[in-house]
Write a protein that binds this ligand. Structure first.
Ligand SMILES: [Zn+2]
Ligand SMILES: [Zn+2]
Length: 76
């Protein structure tokens, strides 16, 4: 029972980003500490919002991966 639970938990962590159109998922992790990136929103000067991914341990942030011309949304 314990083993089954930890396996399903691992799968949830791996599927970090998912495209809402084609269903493709991307596992985005920090290059320094290997932690799964978390979703964040960056506000631009012109008022637009950009979806970004950042390291939960403060190693920096990147723009969210694109698929089918749209930002992939975070599955967590
Ligand atoms: Zn797609
Ligand atoms: Zn990191």
């Amino acid at each position: 029972m314990v083993l089954t639970f930890s396996l399903s938990l691992q799968k949830n962590i791996m599927e970090t980003y998912k495209c809402s159109k084609c269903g493709m998922s991307v596992n985005a992790t920090c290059g320094k500490c290997n932690a799964p990136l978390v979703n964040d929103v960056l506000k631009l000067d012109d008022g637009r919002e950009v979806q970004v991914s950042k390291c939960p341990n403060g190693h920096g942030k990147i723009k969210s991966p694109l698929c089918c011309g749209e930002d992939m949304s975070c599955a967590i």
